[in-house]
Design a protein around this ligand. Structure first.
Ligand code: PLP
Length: 391
């Protein structure tokens, strides 16, 4: 690789850029994970992660990717042959389907167009029709990272309550946690699945399960064969700040720092900053004369924006031109959207000038790649950010 001066712009919707403070916090000698120094770290992060999920119950931290945390959610609560309801919001929802199938769980998968979120009316209809309560869980993706669509979790909960259905509600917040408001307890979620490398601004390697009392009770008598993912052993050890096996020690030092950063800024400000970045991005896309993939404004994602390419343009070619010329990575189109969209991540460690730099890279790339578009997207984004300065 040629030498590239300055910073690489990692504008994919996860992993997101890791702040210098977090990198420095992890840059230290590995400690004894059975020693007293570790217990303090363990107790701190296990306590301070709770408000980010909006829970007073247990949050479990696995040394794993987000996918591992999904598997943990399923194997602790469901038994072989159990039926669950899932919604095809995009690639990540489709991967849930695959994972459940491999575990011997039967999935009723409601098809979707990859441009909108979970339809709560459809949830209610499905649940009312399930008079024998065969669905043991409803699994949804809060922020579909493959499309840039955020589903309304409270509406799904309300639909479940309206249908008086006892299924567990499981939510994938891998890309939304720490970027978009989320309330595990208040929204009546049973298992919230998350990961470290997106809104939490950490490298990949930590997976999370926030667990309701109901899910914990269910896990005591249900579940598939499990050992590494077992909640009970984790909860017992976490009591004193320890883990049943070696945790990702240095990532936990990073987590402690990122949680400090989130609380210094204040979660409300973190969320409104994401909303502003997202709105500025959409204004740029609109000025370019391009289309945002999400077609319901109530479900626009504040984490990322999926940008559709005109017919005949390969989105991956545009991404390549931008990477080669301006050293910026944009998200590729996944699954059904391969070649049709690119995704601009605007989450985590980002401010106005980072965003404007990223959008300038896109606008220059559209020209170099001969994508039919109008100029002036960056100017629109600047006007919006200027008019809405936080002060
Ligand atoms: C990134 C992501 C995943 C996958 O997480 P891994 O850490 O790659 O296993 C799953 N779901 C959503 C919504 C994501 O954004």
């Amino acid at each position: 690789m040629d030498f590239r001066p300055g910073r690489h712009f990692l504008q994919i919707p996860g992993p997101s850029p890791v702040p210098d403070r977090v990198l420095r916090a992890m840059n230290r000698a590995v400690v004894d994970h059975r020693g007293p120094e570790f217990a303090e770290l363990g107790l701190n992060v296990l306590r301070d992660i709770k408000p980010v999920f909006g829970t007073k119950n247990h949050v479990i931290i696995f040394p794993s990717s987000g996918t591992g945390a999904w598997e943990a959610a399923l194997v602790n609560t469901l038994s072989s042959g159990d039926k669950v309801l899932m919604f095809e919001t995009g690639q990540f929802a489709s991967l849930w389907l695959e994972l459940a199938g491999k575990l011997g769980i039967e999935v009723d998968f409601v098809e979707g167009d990859w441009r909108s979120g979970v339809n709560a009316d459809q949830v209610e209809e499905k649940l009312r029709a399930d008079i024998n309560h065969t669905y043991k869980a409803i699994c949804i993706v809060h922020n579909e990272t493959s499309t840039g669509v955020t589903s309304n979790v409270p509406n799904v909960r309300a639909a479940m309550d309206a249908a008086r259905h006892p299924a567990l509600l499981m939510v994938d917040t891998i890309s939304s946690l720490g970027s978009v408001p989320y309330h595990h307890d208040a929204w009546g979620v049973d298992v919230t699945v998350s990961g470290s490398q997106k809104g939490l601004m950490l490298p990949p390697g930590l997976g999370f399960n926030a667990i309701s009392n109901k899910a914990l009770q269910v896990s005591k008598s249900n579940g598939l064969a499990r050992s590494y993912w077992d909640w009970q052993a984790m909860i017992a050890n976490n009591e004193s700040g320890y883990f049943p096996y070696t945790p990702a020690t240095n990532l936990l030092y990073g987590l402690q720092e990122s949680l400090t950063m989130l609380s210094e800024e204040g979660l409300d400000k973190v969320f409104s900053r994401h909303d502003r970045m997202a709105e500025a991005t959409r204004r740029a896309v609109q000025a370019w004369g391009l289309e945002v993939l999400c077609n319901n404004p109530d479900e626009y994602s504040s984490v990322l924006t999926g940008v559709m390419m005109p017919d005949g343009v390969d989105a991956d070619e545009v991404r390549k031109v931008i990477l080669d010329n301006f050293d910026m990575s944009l998200g590729t189109g996944l699954g059904k959207m391969k070649g049709r969209i690119f995704r601009i991540g605007h989450l985590g460690e980002i401010n106005e000038l980072t965003l404007i730099g990223a959008l300038a890279g896109v606008e220059m790339g559209l020209s170099l790649a001969d994508v039919p578009h109008q100029k002036g997207g960056v100017a629109q984004a600047m006007s919006y950010l200027t008019a809405t300065v936080v002060g």
